[in-house]
Every structure is written in structure tokens, then in C-alpha cells.
Design a binder for this molecule. Sequence first.
Ligand code: ATP
Length: 583
Amino acid sequence: MKYSELVMVFEQLESTSKRLTKTHYIADLLKKIPTENLPMIIYMLQGRLFPPTDERTLGVADKTAKKAIEIATGLPEKKVISEWKKLGDLGKVAEVLVKEKKQRTLFSHTLTVKKVFDNLRKLVEITGAGSVDRKLKLIAELLTSAKPKEAKFIIKTALEQLRFGVGEGVVRDAIVWAYFSKEIELKYDEKKHDISYNENYKKYVKAVESTYDLMNDYAGVAKKAKEKGLKGLQKTGITLGQPIRAMLALKEDTVKDCFKRVGSPAAIEYKYDGFRMIINKDGSDIKIFTRRLDNVTKQFPEVVKAIRAHVSARQCILDAEAVGFDPKTKEYKPFQNISQRIKRKYDIAMLSKKLPVELHIFDILFYKGENLLEAPFKKRRQILEKIVSSKKWSIQLAKQIVTSNEKKASEFYSKALELGHEGVMFKNLASPYQPGSRVGHMIKFKPVMEPLDLVIVAAEWGTGKRSGWLTSYVLACLDPKSGKFLTVGKASTGLKEKEEQGLSFKAMTKILRSLVRAEHGRKVDVHPQIVIEIAFNEIQKSPTYKSGYALRFPRITKIRDDRGPNECATLADVKRMYEQQKK
Ligand code: ATP
């Protein structure tokens, strides 16, 4: 397939903010393309080159992209910089300058989707000495053959700035429209922006979505839908050893409402303040995945050991919360203290002794070759009780009571807070396990005015005794419609000046330094990748920030290593909290 055909769709997607229209364009494309091109195209439409479980990044700096434009167009650096200043976007610069060049030379070569994809993917593997030059070559090679519009999208993809506002929901619906349009009797009126389908629609959407929750890759789901149809999707099972999306919780503010949601009697458990682990056990082979589906098995040897020693099932998948504690004082530590272990590559054995975690198991998804997703929670808990032998400070079943009594529930909640836990979870005893869904099967109940998870998009160098550190951080929420991060404020409190006191300016500077994409005097723009939890006192309307809102007295409470930028608070979350607070 020619890259220019894909670029046409990119342009269509950029030309509209309407979700249905975007879905229509993508569905049309999916219908046409051969199966072998599906993965490449589905990833690129979502602004990436890899499935979401693959954390690799291309690591192309603005400087490298700028240089590639110079090489491909033969224009001097001064000219490229002056266009960049004027247009503010290197993708547009590439488009304009390649256009100028074409008028001069007429040389052209046809680029295929595969060629573009392959060259850009190679960028990931290039590291070490001479890597900048080799990266440059790969990008410049593409630009030399590119037409102006193609050049724009090549640069945007290389810089990982390709965003069409195509969220997971759009891809899911497009797969249904593309491969099941007959079954759902789809009619789409582009002019009226109107769509109709029959009563089968929900069934197909659910099949595609549930398959995604098990496979975590829309490229694989699309292939299955195309080749195996509805039955094939519905037959997708759990594959032991593969990451699965965790089921998420809703929230209520009173005990009464919690019971209303999950029914009575309900199971109530402590809500532990650690981080989520989904653990696969297949004989002696143990794999630990985080909520972001990262494999962190190597980082937590004590968990592997505990599972081997205290879980009697040969095969199972467990859902649990790992909580750090001080081995000397036996006090639980807040999440931020153990978060450093998630990405750690060295000193692992030492850290597992210094900052060990205790595992609190609260669910089971697979046992002895049997998929338990549809089994009622009560039965799943019974299995857990049979196979887990608890050992304090190593592995435990989540503390649980089953009651329909509001007073008992409130007492259990007070006890949870007293012991330093975050609150409690109410669970429906008859509910299935729905991977990836925030459904009402479990409800969290904890103190109100929650902090927000926001992304750092820029930072500023400090002065005086804080010079040499990035000390002020511009925070943003996500607008899922446009895929853009919109600023909501600036935080400079919460971090420590001394490393031994907790998350420090120095540590944050180290993290952000590798993400810098542009510098303006004392300010730097960074790739939006780091999610931090922000406590604050109030949200106000504000013209200063792009979201239209500003946080009052924002304080950084922790880094959310377990969250990706697309999982941060949305503009709608900020708005909802603003409205709530007005009430
Ligand atoms: P929060 O920041 O409040 O933890 P969240 O958005 O990270 O919320 P939710 O799904 O809303 O996640 O809340 C449930 C989380 O609580 C789970 O992801 C899990 O990590 C944690 N948790 C702690 N104890 C339990 C428990 N007993 N049962 C289920 N989840 C628990």
C-alpha cells in the first residue's frame, strides 16, 4: 500500500473533530487494506508504532528531526530554523520545505506504508555511539522520497507527535463498522452526520471490546474480527502468561450508596495503598504484570518467591495489591516509596530487602485451566481461600467481611483508615470479572476530594540554592477528543531538596532531562510522559491555562509510575470536580 493513501486518511482525520466521522474514515480504510498491513496502520492511527503493551519509544529529539530536514532538502540550518520559528511545528516545516525542494528538482520516489513503518521502527533499536547519525539517515532517507504532506506526517510520527484524537473507542467501533456492517445493517449519512444500525450493534461492540481486554492489541483484534468473525472473537480465551487488563472500580461517597450499587450483602475489603499486580503462575514460571501491562517480574523477586511458596495452585492468574513496608519498624510505606522499584534495573536484591512489599491478593481470574472471568466473585474468593496460605509481611488474602449492615460496614471502614489503608472496596458477590472495565462490580469508598493524576508537559530551571534542578512543573490534563494535553497549572511544592527525604527535585530533574523536546531560555518543554498525583485545595476557572481551569495550591504527592499519559485525568474529570466543588 502506498504511504500517500494513508496520508490521505490522516488528513481526513485531521479535518474533523467529529467522532462518528473519524470512525467512518477509519472503517472505510480497514475494509480496503490487506491483513498484513493491519498492524502498521492501526498503530499509526493511534499515533504509535507498537502495541500499547510495548513501552519502547523512538527517542528522536527535535534537533535530529531538524537536521534530517536540512539533509533531505539541502537547505541551510538558518532557513530551517527561521521556518520553524514562523510555523512552530517541525512537521509543517518539513511540508513547506519539501514542497519548495520539489519545485526545484522534481525527483520523486513512491513510498510504501511498509517502508515508512520499517524505517521508523528501526529508530528504536539504534543506541550507543553514532546513534544520532544513524537515526538521521533513516529519517532523511524517507524525507528525500516524500511528497510534502508525507514529509509532515513522517516527521510527526518520528517525533511521536502524531495525534488524530483516535481513542480506543473509535478504533473499536471502526472494527465493528468495517467487518460487521452487514450484520449490524449499518447506515451512515456523512452529510447529516447521522448513523443507524440494528439491535445487534451492542453485541458486536462488546465482542470486540472484550477481545481487546484479553489481547491488549487492536491490531490482533482487527485481524481476528476480519478472519474469524464474531465466533472467533467470542472464543478468545485467557492465555496464561499474557498480560490482562485489570478491572477498575467506581466510587461512591456514602456507605448507603455503596450498598445500593453492589447489592446487599456485599463483600467489603480494605483498600490497600500500593500498586496493582496481576500475577500469572504456570508451574514454576511466574510473571508479574502492572496495571499498565509492564512485566515487572525481575524487579520483585520476593513476590515470585512468596507465590511459589504460598499459592498451592499449579496454574492461576491472581489480582493483588503490593504494599511496601519498612522491614525494621514494620510500618506500611506510601506508594511513592516503592514506586522506584517498578523501573529499577540494578540493586534489585538489595532493594527487595530494604523496601520489601507485602502482597494482598483479592481476586483470581484463571485456575487449573479454567477461565473464571464469568464465575461469581463469591466463588472466586472461595478458591483463593483454598489455595493461598497467608504469611504476614509476605503474602496475604485481602482482609474481607461480608455484611449487609451499614454500621458494621462503617466500623470496618474506620478500622481500615486507622490501620493506614486508603479506605475500603465494596464488591458485588455475584459479579463476574470484567477486564479493563470501570464497572460497578467494585466500588471504592474513601475520604472525599481526590487528588488528580496529571502529566508534566514543561518545566523551569530553579534559581539560588535550587539552581541546576528543574523545580517548577507545568501540569496538564488530557482532552481525549483532540488527544492534546491541556495545561491546568504549575506546581513547585511537594518535592524534597534532600534525596533521603523522598521524591526529590534532583530525581525529578533526572527523569525530565531525558524527555526535553525544546528549550526556551529557563523553560523547557518535555514529552508528555510523566504522570504525577497532585493534591490541591480548589479548582478555579482561568484564562491563563489552556484547559480553562487552574488548580489552587497544587502539591505533588507522588509519581504515578503505574500510569501512562493516556490514563491521566481528562478535561471532563477536571470539569466534573469543578462542578462538584461548586455544589
Ligand atoms: P485510586 O487512585 O483511588 O487507587 P485508581 O484509579 O488507581 O484509584 P481504581 O480502580 O479506581 O484505581 O481503584 C481500585 C484500585 O485500588 C485498584 O486498582 C487496586 O490497585 C487498589 N486496591 C487496593 N485494595 C484493593 C482491594 N481489596 N480490591 C480491589 N482493589 C484494591
